[in-house]
Ligand binder design. Structure first.
Ligand SMILES: [Zn+2]
Length: 346
């Protein structure tokens, strides 16, 4: 089959001048996705960093730009991929996750590699496999505000140690969506880092400090600050049925099928108890929501119920990646959550 994606540029050891004075100007001058390779002290090994796979998630790019411009030398050679450049460039800058007429790049990392973004994902995977990196990290932001966490489909020591360069929270998921981190295997562990909200200074700091620790460490599986890990297992997605009318507010909007409490993002990684209303459903119609597990089973009635037109949990949950952006809540999900019994500290 014809590969629909053109050749991707590769920059070897770019100078600060080539990187321009800011991540914004760098992105604006690019013609498409970019690989940047930085030679390490040990050139016999390499690692991969991917970032901006979503065009509205710039923390990893900011960190990478700053790190390269500071003239640091990584412990081993780094190959860095900057992905959704065209979406990021589309005005206003860093506001589009992906272009509306194209697929979400970080849902394309598994066959069939359809369309332009599928072709790009396939090309990226081929290059990574040819490089034989010892590990890879994919740096993102969440669409809502909240603390940083890592996401992995494996829970062995290697994946835990990679996460610890950035954060003490690790979500272990079996929800396979075609994300790059699902390409993890024994000789190339891969994790995702969600640094926190795209507009939060704390998220940019998480990316900068984590990238520095990851790039400088002789052994990527020995982070400089090993910390106890909060592990969250078996996340579910709370999805909203297509065609549902939604709003956010502090009280019910009777003209909408669903009114979500306006401060939903404040619950990210906090406990939601059965006494906490999360939304209003004026028609008391629970079937507009789905709580989808890794087997695509809907467990909405097991976890949620409606009382006096308000949505409550039946037992404590921890939620994360809650968004107060209606388009994302509708097209992706309102939030992910784990049952409190599926949270433990190691
Ligand atoms: Zn993302």
């Amino acid at each position: 089959m014809r590969d629909p994606y053109p050749v991707i540029e590769i920059w070897e050891n770019p100078t600060p001048e080539q990187m321009t004075h800011s991540a914004e100007t760098l992105v604006q001058q690019l013609t498409g996705p970019l690989w940047i390779s930085i030679e390490g002290t040990d050139t016999s090994r390499c690692r991969v960093i991917t970032t901006l796979l979503h065009g509205n998630e710039p923390s990893g790019l900011y960190a990478l730009h700053e790190w390269i411009c500071a003239g640091h030398k990584p412990a081993v050679t780094l190959h860095c991929f900057i992905g959704a450049v065209t979406a990021a460039q589309t005005a206003p800058l860093f506001s589009h996750r992906h272009l509306s007429d194209q697929r979400d790049l970080n849902r394309c990392f598994r066959p069939p590699f359809d369309g332009e973004q599928g072709g790009l994902a396939k090309r990226v995977l081929q290059r990574i496999e040819s490089l034989h990196p010892e590990c890879a990290i994919d740096i993102h932001n969440t669409s809502g505000a909240g603390p940083a966490f890592a996401v992995s489909i494996q829970l062995d020591q290697e994946h835990q140690r990679l996460a610890q360069h950035f954060t003490h929270r690790l979500v272990l998921t079996e929800l396979l969506l075609g994300a790059f981190m699902e390409m993890t295997h024994a000789t190339m562990p891969v994790i995702t880092i969600e640094c926190g909200g795209a507009h939060e200074q704390s998220a940019h700091q998480v990316a900068a400090q984590g990238l520095d620790s990851f790039a400088r460490s002789e052994d990527p599986f020995q982070p400089t600050i090993p910390q106890a890990l909060d592990i969250y297992r078996h996340p579910l997605r709370l999805e909203i049925a297509p065609g549902t009318s939604i709003s956010y507010g502090r009280e019910v909007n009777s003209g909408k099928d669903l009114t979500i409490i306006s401060h939903i993002e404040q619950f990210n990684f906090g406990i939601v108890t059965p006494s906490q209303p999360l939304a209003w459903l004026p028609h008391s119609n629970l079937s507009i929501l789905r709580a989808v597990d890794s087997r695509q089973q809907d467990r909405i009635k097991e976890v949620f119920h409606i009382k006096e037109q308000k949505l409550y949990v039946k037992r404590p949950i921890k939620l994360f990646m809650a968004t107060s952006q209606a388009p994302i809540a509708l097209s992706d999900c309102l939030f992910y959550f784990v049952l409190e019994e599926d949270h433990r500290i190691v």
